[in-house]
Design a binder for this molecule. Structure first.
Ligand SMILES: [Zn+2]
Length: 280
């Protein structure tokens, strides 16, 4: 484990924890796309949430016996995925959090579950002081306008932009079956309280990016290039991984159009097979 990670964790602990004592994982807390309630967080709201969620404790509420199974966020990162656009045409951004748990006998099974890549659903609660109408820009907390959420105006779906985050209360973790990919759901518990839920795929996104990078690097320079790319990718943040993949994609698309890579890796992780086929 990177020493800076342990240093960040130890800012929140009563005594210094060692690497063996902690379990570190990542979750996606929320993003900037329009959710099924026709609402989204503004960029500045995401920036505020990024600050506010550091140090916040999350709970695992799928089981009553998991009282001791809590985790704390020790770092957050706003990730821009330039390969994906939001419904309203901006770059897709999401708030990623790094969390830790102190390893105990009680949470052994839970850690094994997370390690096993079982998808988790995260819900967050926060307050937004402003709810901006996407059509006319009026603050719905101050005065209502005539625009209806979900209805199209000039071809664009009317939605509410959540802004001016005044507080972030909690995040919680619920186990969901892997095949349920519900996306973002959100509920109000009070007039000014927002509960957002996002599917958090534990570290799987980073792993997938690393696989893509290895694959693309292999295409540009063979096994040696793939090995070098894997080595550098192992130390990169999600944002950096996305950028690296994009630059490799660019290199690949310059060297041929419509090429589709086929890649497979043997069980031992040593042998890999690549083949190219021309798309027709
Ligand atoms: Zn309006």
């Amino acid at each position: 484990m990177d020493k800076t990670i342990l240093d960040k964790i130890n800012r929140f602990t009563r005594r210094k924890l060692s690497e063996d004592e902690v379990y570190v994982f990542s979750v996606i807390l929320c993003d900037n796309d329009i959710d099924r309630d026709c609402e989204r967080f503004s960029d500045s709201a995401l920036e505020t949430l990024k600050e506010r969620f550091i140090g916040k404790t999350g709970i695992f509420d799928h089981n009553i016996s998991t009282v001791n199974q809590n985790a704390r966020i020790f770092d957050t990162e706003l990730v821009t995925d330039l390969s994906r656009k939001t419904e309203y045409g901006e770059n897709y951004r999401y708030l990623k959090a790094m969390a830790y748990m102190v390893r105990t006998d009680d949470n052994k099974n839970l850690i094994a579950e997370i390690d096993g890549g079982i998808k988790k659903e995260v819900s967050i609660s926060c307050s937004a002081a402003k709810r901006i109408c996407s059509v006319c820009g009026s603050d719905k907390n101050m005065a209502s306008c005539n625009h209806i959420k979900g209805r199209k105006y000039g071809g664009k779906r009317c939605h509410t932009i959540l802004e001016d985050i005044t507080d972030a209360y909690e995040w919680s973790f619920v186990a969901v079956p892997a095949q349920v990919n519900a996306g973002v759901t959100k509920k109000y518990s009070e007039a000014d309280t927002v509960k957002a839920q996002a599917v958090a795929d534990i570290s799987a996104a980073d792993d997938e990016l690393r696989r893509d990078i290895r694959k693309l690097a292999y295409f540009t320079g063979g096994r040696a290039a793939a090995d070098i790319a894997s080595l550098s990718a192992s130390k990169l943040s999600t944002q950096e991984l996305i950028e690296m993949r994009r630059s490799l994609e660019k290199q690949c698309s310059n060297s041929g159009t419509g090429l589709q890579l086929e890649y497979s890796e043997a069980q031992d992780g040593q042998t890999e097979f690549f083949s190219m086929k021309q798309e027709v």
